[in-house]
Ligand binder design. Sequence first.
Ligand code: FES
Length: 106
Amino acid sequence: MTKITYVAFDGTRFEVEAENGSTVMENAIRNSVPGIEAECGGACACATCHVYVDDAWSAIVGSPEAMEEDMLDFAYDVRPTSRLSCQIRVRDELDGLVVNVPERQG
Ligand code: FES
């Protein structure tokens, strides 16, 4: 199990034990983290699972692939650390990951 912390826009922290192989988006939905909508269900086709990866984790999580980058154009208030959480797979090296939920989706 890999621990992920989601920080909601109001600062509330949600600490979640995530299974490796699942996505950061799936764990947010499963644990009712507010602000992650994931309308397309993880198909990289909606941009409503947008998160900001905490600065300390950005390099470890890595950059988006081309398809995700295109879809990020539709997200609200995109920043250098923006990712679509359905495209981040949980793995051992992400243990302790912190992601911030944006003010709104779309
Ligand atoms: Fe739709 Fe991530 S859930 S792009």
